[in-house]
Write a protein that binds this ligand. Structure first.
Ligand code: ATP
Ligand code: MN
Length: 482
């Protein structure tokens, strides 16, 4: 038996006149003669030419949309347009029949909503094939970027007893019999009898543990699943998502911003080079989709242009305070077009504000720094109050067009007294985080890091509109199917 050759390799092959074996799923069968075959290695199909006059009609009938087949034949320069090579079939074997009457997928455009309900099959469509190949490249590029720079890939725990942000949006982990958990004298659930002898949850971030690694290994990154039980039924939130969290000893906020900007550009460029066909396909898909919108809502740039633009321009860096001034004076604010009017200093920005800054005002990615300390986490480094007595922290959020926040990070508070004071103010239990505080007791140093939501990155690079379409099996409120 001859070896299977991937369709991507065949299509790039310079050598013709040889016999090869190719396997895949039928995408189309025209005139009982031309099979379009795809195996997921590329968005492009290979054309198989069938000698139908000398082929068993019973076999021809089984070459249906979705069927898995194996073809052995000669690779020849293509007679037709649109491809370099094709295969003259000598032997066709049906590996798996696919009854077109029963098969949920149709050889036509189907809505993303429909395909989400068929997530076990949606990999077989052009759109999802392209998305998951791009996702794969981005993941690989993330590792390559950090590995080239000598970062250590650190595996932080998925089960933890800490809630990094103190936001309380966690999923509990227990092996109690839920109908009958042991209780304390006060009638509360007695976690001291649980598996870990304390209440535990799925991690919302690996940062706190990442910081421990950075305090010895200097440059670390995590890349793992993260869980948030936030009830945000949005196109930007998942209950289970992947996060990349570098943490670097001796870095300040400027170093941190440089690292994040370099990384984003590196991985986007990698995907543009590696997945040119897929991104070209996704660009056309988006352009088609935009045609359905009214003219004034259409984006001025195509997907490829947007990605290239992101590589060619420095991200705009400004403080939260400067951003508030811009927003206050903005036309939509004055004309009361914002759902949440921008009035004073101190409130969190809504995504409509972030998108105004990125898409209308600067028209490029933006990094906002130095947010009010009241709206940020306890571990961010405190600035000296400004002339107006405003208190800020060395936070940075990176905002992307069409996405809003893609990265959240900060320089960390390395001064023990300041950190403890802030924890007290915010009601964060110091005794439970004794191990975190130890890093500030013994050999503390300035350090900084950030979290990049991997799916938000994939969303940006693929030009998709809903985060549920860029992870193989999305987890969101009321859905854990597959
Ligand atoms: P948002 O305000 O959008 O909810 P956040 O401030 O809660 O984000 P962080 O806690 O800073 O986010 O997390 C770091 C990054 O993780 C974010 O910048 C974003 O890219 C990503 N992220 C956060 N929550 C989610 C989620 N529920 N689903 C997917 N990605 C997320
Ligand atoms: Mn959030």
């Amino acid at each position: 038996m001859s070896q299977r050759i991937k369709i991507k390799a065949l299509l790039e092959s310079e050598q013709t006149g040889i016999d090869i074996t190719v396997k895949g799923w039928v995408r189309a069968f025209r005139q009982n003669r031309f099979i379009a075959l795809n195996d997921g290695s590329t968005n492009n199909n290979i054309q198989i030419v069938v000698d139908f006059e000398n082929t068993d009609p019973a076999l021809l009938k089984r070459i249906t949309f979705g069927a898995a087949i194996s073809v052995t034949g000669e690779l020849i320069p293509s007679q037709g347009q649109g491809q370099k090579v094709e295969v003259i079939a000598k032997e066709i074997e049906i590996l798996g029949d696919c009854d077109p009457e029963e098969y949920p997928l149709q050889p036509k455009r189907q809505t993303l909503e429909f395909l989400r309900e068929k997530a076990h099959l949606r990999f077989r469509t052009n759109t999802f094939g392209a998305i998951f190949r791009v996702r794969n490249s981005l993941a690989f590029a993330v590792h390559q970027f950090f590995q080239e720079r000598g970062f250590i890939y650190l595996h932080t725990p998925i089960i933890t007893a800490s809630d990094a942000e103190g936001a309380g949006e966690t999923f509990h982990v227990t092996n109690f019999d839920l109908a009958n958990p042991p209780k304390t004298e006060n009638g509360e659930i007695d976690f001291s009898q649980d598996f870990f002898a304390k209440a535990t949850n799925l991690t919302v971030s690996g940062q706190l543990e990442g910081e421990l690694g950075a305090m010895a290994l200097s440059d670390i990154y995590t890349f793992g699943p993260t869980f948030r039980a936030e009830n945000s039924n949005t196109t930007r939130h998942l209950a289970e998502f992947w996060m990349i969290e570098p943490e670097v000893a001796f870095n300040d906020l400027d170093d941190n911003m440089d690292l994040a900007e370099d990384m984003l550009k590196y991985v986007i460029k990698y995907a543009l080079d590696k997945n040119a066909d897929d991104i070209e396909f996704l660009t056309q898909r988006l352009t088609e989709e935009e045609k359905q919108k009214p003219q004034n809502e259409r984006s001025e740039m195509t997907l490829v242009d947007k990605l290239q633009f992101c590589l060619d321009n420095d991200f705009e860096r400004l403080t939260y305070t400067e951003a508030i001034d811009i927003l206050k004076e903005s036309t939509p604010n004055k004309k009361k077009k914002f759902q949440y009017p921008v009035e004073g200093w101190g409130t969190d920005l809504q995504s409509e504000h972030e998108r105004y800054l990125v898409e209308k005002h600067f028209k490029k990615p933006v990094i906002l720094t130095d947010y009010p300390k009241e709206i940020k986490a306890f571990y961010m480094r405190q600035n000296e109050p400004d002339a107006n007595g405003r208190e800020t922290v060395r936070a940075m959020d990176i905002l992307f067009p069409g996405i809003g926040e893609i990265v959240g990070g900060s320089q960390r508070e390395e001064r023990l007294d300041k950190l403890e004071q802030r924890m007290d103010e915010m009601g964060i239990p110091k005794d439970e985080l004794w191990w975190y505080l130890d890093t500030r007791r013994f050999g503390a140093c300035p350090h900084a890091g950030f979290g990049l939501g991997f799916e938000r990155l994939v969303l940006f690079v693929t030009g998709m509109g809903n985060i549920r379409d860029v992870i193989p099996f999305p987890r969101y409120p009321k859905n854990a199917e597959f």
